[in-house]
Design a protein around this ligand. Structure first.
Ligand SMILES: Nc1ncnc2c1ncn2[C@@H]1O[C@H](COP(=O)(O)OP(=O)(O)OP(=O)(O)O)[C@@H](O)[C@H]1O
Ligand SMILES: [Mg+2]
Length: 646
């Protein structure tokens, strides 16, 4: 037994790869290496005493003297639990630190001769006492809490807090007079890293050892105090949501206290994107607030997803990003000319607009409303305007929009809520100054779900659209740099206030001559390209085009004309594929390809006749003459009207 109290001597050694043990407690130790198993077996045959020494480098398999620290811990084997042949868990009582003098054997296991560790300190006895008292007080606080948690977690295991690793009582702490022992006893409570533990193990200056543990003790004590404070708040509070909130607060406070960053990579990622984005400080603050809410929510909860989608939407809006305008009037003229024939009035208006823009860049431009029958190129003109300005082009179709939320977005509280079409358009454009073609603004319909036209009023008002508020986005979005071009077939159904904000440019229908020019310059080349036919392979004669215009289409615009040209191209494509090198399309072949004439206009050639009168019909999509005839029936001499014109 004398050997139990006598430090100096020779003991079997267990080198520890990753763990570091300090004396003063009882704990398990896993034994796996062959030599260590032998050492344990030898010790249990003798006096159950061994020395454990941490390795300097955990990767070394068979450590020699150089691989081990000079200080180890003498320990007594309390119990050995065998898992399988060659694998043990030993319950050890870690007795005290010892100095390793030398390894006296290496086979079949290490044996070391050890001596008492010389302990000194450079500090004065007063300093030492003061620091020891401080450490003891902190440790008492930690131990008290650990005890109360241990008793609480036995009744309520759900809370998930780590069970305290140390197992001291207050009385035991108060009984420790030796400063080094105090340090050793405190260590298990502190969740120290391996390096910190190692330096505590090999440090021989008591004062330094005390000082080394003070920061983590203090931190631990503060965290526990916070927990206790919040714990008191929880007392008697049964509402689940409240409880959850308080617990999350607690988690956050603890994280802050420990200086731990939120480890949620997604939130970090979003935070970085928010920092990098060009959003205004106001928007950034809103986004960050959502992030901090997110960091307190479970990532599987619906609220978390709502908040995340919201932040992602905010990030997708091209805050403060602008494309540079190309304010070159002559270049714009070339682009407009090359894409559309005719339309002189409209082109002139657009060039004027560009010129003014160049001279007074800060002024709000007018909002153009292109009105005209179908197929006269309103929508495609909008696209040309965008390309002539060098801006991004977004078409927003308003036809059949009945719900205000389509324009302004849904409130975020709705499931599946999204920003409205205006903000979606900005996201699509990727810049804050695109050209928005608000197509078919005359087809906006109002019903009881709110008036989308009223929302459009705000969008189109240069005084208000500087801070347009989408219900989903909630923060103001600046639309003042957007160029709006609206299109409509008629103005009757557009509300007066809306009409008032726009400058109307009328596109009337095309004459046959204009249609011919459009067909030659634009539609034919476009359709040939689309059908993969070259100019050598087809000879589309002018008389055929004229015939299509007169006898196969009847419209103000050129949409059907384009369609018929496409049909001709298809027919020609078949012939080319069959091996005919060049297909000629004249008036005659047209009938083979398109079928018999659809509109016969020989009426106009008729001579005036008794009982027939010529009427004129006009609609926005074109006009025609009609013949109204009288017929005589046997009767009572009455006149019966079968219809009415005008
Ligand atoms: N002056 C023109 N020059 C060249 N192509 C034209 C011209 N006018 C119309 N087009 C062509 O006619 C087709 C139909 O035009 P678009 O779709 O822009 O008509 P729209 O006026 O918007 O009609 P809707 O009112 O039905 O929407 C497009 O392919 C367009 O390129
Ligand atoms: Mg259109």
């Amino acid at each position: 037994m004398s050997k139990h109290t006598e430090t100096t001597g020779q003991y079997p050694v267990i080198p520890l790869r990753t763990e570091v043990q300090l004396p003063g407690h009882v704990g398990p130790l896993e034994i796996g290496r062959e030599a260590s198993v032998r050492a344990i077996e030898a010790a249990t045959r003798d006096d159950n005493l061994i020395v454990i020494i941490p390795q300097k480098n955990p990767a070394v398999r068979d450590p020699g003297q150089r691989d081990l620290h000079e200080v180890g811990v003498r320990a007594e084997i309390v119990q050995v639990v065998k898992h399988s042949p060659g694998r043990f868990t030993c319950v050890m009582r870690f007795l005290e630190r010892v100095h390793i003098d030398a390894l006296v054997a290496t086979e079949p296991f290490l044996v070391a001769s050890v001596s008492k560790l010389p302990v000194t300190t450079a500090a004065t006895p007063e300093q030492l006492t003061a620091t020891t008292t401080k450490v003891r007080d902190f440790l008492l606080a930690v131990v008290t809490d650990a005890q109360s948690r241990a008793s609480a977690s036995s009744s309520e295991s759900k809370e998930g807090s780590n069970p305290p690793k140390g197992d001291l009582t207050r009385a035991q702490v108060q009984a420790i007079t030796d400063s080094d022992k105090l340090v050793d006893s405190a260590a298990p409570y502190l969740e120290l890293e391996r390096d910190d533990l190692t330096s505590l193990l090999i440090e021989t200056d008591t004062m330094k050892r005390l000082e080394r543990i003070i920061p983590s003790l203090e931190r631990q004590a503060t965290v526990l105090r916070l927990k206790a404070d919040i714990g008191a708040e929880l007392e008697g509070e049964s509402s689940r949501t409240h409880r959850e909130r308080v617990l999350r607060d607690r988690m956050r406070q603890i994280q802050e206290e420990l200086g731990e960053q939120d480890d949620n990579a997604e939130i970090d990622d979003l935070r970085k994107k928010i920092e990098d984005s060009k959003m205004s400080d106001e928007v950034r603050a809103v986004a960050k607030k959502q992030l901090s809410r997110m960091s307190q929510m479970a990532s599987s909860s619906p609220e978390y997803n709502i908040a995340r989608t919201y932040v992602e939407n905010l990030l997708e809006i091209p805050w403060n990003q602008f494309t540079e305008d190309r304010l070159d009037v002559s270049a714009a003229r070339v682009i407009l000319e090359s894409e559309h024939s005719g339309l002189e009035k409209v082109k002139k208006r657009i060039l004027e607009f560009l010129a003014v823009r160049k001279l007074a860049p800060q002024k709000h431009g007018p909002i153009l409303l292109l009105v005209g029958p179908p197929g006269v190129g309103k929508t495609s003109l909008g696209k040309s305007i965008a390309s002539s300005l060098g801006r991004k082009y977004v078409r927003i179709s308003l036809g059949g929009v009945r719900d205000e939320a389509e324009v302004r977005g849904h409130r975020r509280t709705y499931i599946g809520a999204l920003p409205g079409r205006i903000v979606a358009g900005l996201k699509k454009a990727g810049s804050m100054n695109p050209v928005f073609v608000l197509d078919e603004i005359d087809k906006l319909a109002a019903d009881m779900r709110g008036d989308p036209a009223a929302a459009m009023l705000e969008v189109l008002d240069p005084e208000q659209n500087k801070d347009f508020v989408d219900h989903y986005v909630e923060v103001p979005v600046d639309l003042s740099k957007v160029m709006f071009i609206c299109t409509a077939n008629q103005t009757d159904t557009i509300s007066q206030p809306l009409l008032d904000r726009m400058e109307m440019v009328e596109l009337s229908g095309y004459t046959a001559v204009e249609k011919l020019a459009i067909a030659k310059n634009h539609l034919v080349p476009k359709q040939l390209g689309e059908h993969g036919i070259t100019l050598e392979q087809i000879d589309l004669q002018e008389e055929a085009l004229v015939e299509i215009i007169h006898s196969y289409t009847r419209e103000a615009g050129v949409r059907n004309l384009e369609r018929e040209i496409a049909a001709v191209c298809r027919g020609a494509a078949v012939k080319v594929a069959e091996g005919i090198p060049s297909v000629t399309i004249d008036k005659k072949t047209l009938e083979d390809l398109l079928g018999p004439q659809r509109y016969v206009s020989d009426n106009a050639e008729r001579k005036p006749e008794v009982g027939v009168i010529t009427g004129l019909a006009w609609t926005p999509v074109g006009g025609d003459i009609m013949f109204i005839e009288t017929r005589v029936f046997p009767g009572k001499g009455e006149v019966r009207l079968t219809g009415q014109m005008g």
